[in-house]
Write a protein that binds this ligand. Structure first.
Ligand SMILES: Cc1cc2nc3c(=O)[nH]c(=O)nc-3n(C[C@H](O)[C@H](O)[C@H](O)COP(=O)(O)O)c2cc1C
Ligand SMILES: Nc1ncnc2c1ncn2[C@@H]1O[C@H](COP(=O)(O)OP(=O)(O)O)[C@@H](O)[C@H]1O
Length: 299
């Protein structure tokens, strides 16, 4: 039998401050129990109503890593398929939660589960009576807005990355493997690490941002201050899809092709501009770099 556990359940997309609070409370209410985070992959909406699923704030690897950083001892990833979608709430609890041997389950007050989202905190409480405690937490409010993955996606759509960071408890991060672009950046004096945006993932609105470029999977890897561009480079007509590009300041000799990197968005600087010529674009990027130093407080 599994050791006694305190269980949190959710999609946990982005592992924002509200999610972090659920984990924190779970730990503080049951300090002696193993903290298990149960999450679903793929996103339930992609199975319930394909095409209506939200763009994700993080991929599964990031989500697991963030849940562990937020205190989970174990992350249980449940494959969300049509069979799971059709389960009655009690059947889901019997099949997926009871085997974890919970002493308590902690969820947000608005948690819904089971066929047609018919299960809620009350269903959980009724099922748990005599078996485990249930805590339904009030949703976290940040500057008069309830923290939610939906609100964070909305802020990113507006380019409001600093506000998104308030809800996330850290800057929004976009991670990927560096691909080759059109080899212009070096020529301009501003080489950029280019990251394609896979379908289904959220990125900030097209524009220019100050932030950080980090190497992934390397403990103690440096985080370089970076000027970041998101968009299709409207000055040119040869970039068909949105790209995230980051120029690491003062390091023009990096070799990043094929390397896994992460870009952290700190503040929006401006929108994307279609320049008349390359000199105007280069002047503007130079100004963006100056502004990036100011925003990040680096020399
Ligand atoms: C800080 C920064 C700001 C940028 N702003 C714009 C812009 O306003 N308009 C635009 O067309 N491209 C912009 N770009 C993208 C450049 O066009 C792109 O980096 C350059 O063409 C190199 O492309 P490559 O990586 O495909 O070689 C910007 C790039 C950076 C690093
Ligand atoms: N300071 C830097 N910031 C980002 N990438 C850099 C930097 N210095 C060198 N590079 C390397 O140069 C490549 C970018 O050069 P660039 O001419 O912009 O080519 P591309 O069109 O492939 O983006 C990056 O993929 C990376 O390997």
């Amino acid at each position: 039998m599994n050791p006694a556990s305190v269980v949190v359940i959710g999609n946990f997309d982005g592992v924002h401050k509200g999610h972090q609070e659920v984990l924190r409370v779970a730990r503080s209410l049951e300090p002696g129990a193993r903290l298990v985070a149960v999450t679903f992959w793929p996103h339930p909406m992609s199975v319930v109503r394909p095409g209506s699923e939200p763009r994700l704030l993080s991929d599964l690897d990031q989500r697991v890593e963030l849940l562990r950083a937020a205190g989970a001892d174990v992350v249980e990833v449940i494959a969300f398929d049509r069979a799971l979608m059709s389960m009655q709430p009690e059947d889901f609890l019997e099949a997926c939660i009871s085997p974890l041997n919970p002493v308590r389950v902690v969820v947000g007050q608005n948690f819904r589960f089971g066929h047609r989202a018919s299960g809620n905190v009350e269903t959980l409480r009724a099922y748990g009576a005599g078996r485990f405690e249930v805590t339904g937490l009030e949703l976290l409010v940040n500057e008069h807005k309830t923290t939610s993955s939906t609100e964070i996606r909305r802020l990113l759509d507006e380019g409001m990355v600093a506000e998104a960071a308030h809800h996330l408890g850290r800057p929004f991060r976009f991670a990927g493997t560096v691909v080759m672009g059109h080899q212009r950046g070096r020529e301009f004096g501003f080489p950029t690490a280019n990251l394609p945006v896979p379908a289904g993932f959220a990125v900030p609105a097209a524009g220019v941002y100050a932030g950080w470029l980090t190497l992934m999977h390397q403990p103690d890897a440096p985080a370089w201050p970076a000027a970041i561009s998101v968009g299709t480079n409207p000055t040119f007509d040869d970039v068909p899809a949105v790209v995230v590009e980051a120029h690491a300041l003062d390091h023009d000799d990096l070799e990043l092709y094929g390397v896994a990197v992460a870009v952290d968005f700190v503040e929006r600087l401006r929108g994307n501009v279609k320049f008349d010529g390359i000199p105007a674009l280069i002047d503007q990027i130079a100004a963006d770099v100056v502004r990036t130093r100011q925003v990040l407080g680096v020399d």
